[in-house]
Design a binder for this molecule. Sequence first.
Ligand SMILES: Nc1ncnc2c1ncn2[C@@H]1O[C@H](COP(=O)(O)OP(=O)(O)OP(=O)(O)O)[C@@H](O)[C@H]1O
Ligand SMILES: [Mg+2]
Length: 254
Amino acid sequence: MLLEISNLTKRFGGLTAVDNISLTIKKGEIFSVIGPNGSGKSTLFNLISGIYPPTSGSVKFNNDNITGAKPHQIAFKGIGRTFQFTTLFQDLRVIDNLIIGHRLRIKTGIIDVVLRTRQARDDEQLLGQKCMVMLDFINLTSLAFRPVNLLTQEEQKRLSIGTALMSSPELLLLDEPTGCVNIEEIHNLIQLVRKIKEKGVTVCLIEHKMRVVMDLADRIAVLNYGKKIAEGDPAEIRNNEEVIRAYLGGEYVA
Ligand SMILES: Nc1ncnc2c1ncn2[C@@H]1O[C@H](COP(=O)(O)OP(=O)(O)OP(=O)(O)O)[C@@H](O)[C@H]1O
Ligand SMILES: [Mg+2]
């Protein structure tokens, strides 16, 4: 087990956004969280990544209790994430955004930088190499020096994922990686998520596009009004009557 969530609850005033959810994510899998708008998916990510402390319940990562830890502490332990709405620095270039993503992990302190110590020089060289590898991995090498605001939505989504990967997470939380991207353009993103899994990174994926979920996910949890109403492999979820009633309805095309 990589991530173990037990009886997690988050209330905002009178609204219970996440209601007593328990689930586990295994090393190496792609675990998908689906459900209607407002069902608590992003809030669940915000609890795992420390944006909000839970009202009750616990989160364990690699058997380490991380409940209530701060976002930077959780990131440092090996959980990376992207946000539903991109948080890239729009006026900066692609490569600058990757460098900022890496800042979290480098060992150089301010003294090292000022004195240009061996450590600082090694880190700088390593960072350059790491950026090159990442640009290639997310297929943005030719756009490395372009400002983000000139990129398409799909390219920005790939960059957001690359930025999150720069901190070398063991678990990557992706909040709607194909959101705002045309269906004709999602192929590259699907391939990228596959490649991330092949690298050995565990993925937890919030996604509305059923074709993407059914294609990528090893297991799926379905939320409705903050509660987990089902969990299973894609075939089980596709045939679950409560899920069809609450979410898939007539919209779902197999
Ligand atoms: N900071 C907050 N303060 C108050 N209410 C919040 C806050 N964050 C989320 N909520 C509420 O919690 C509920 C769950 O929201 P959440 O964003 O987790 O849903 P979601 O499943 O990610 O929806 P979507 O598919 O639209 O992204 C919603 O009713 C939302 O309005
Ligand atoms: Mg959301």
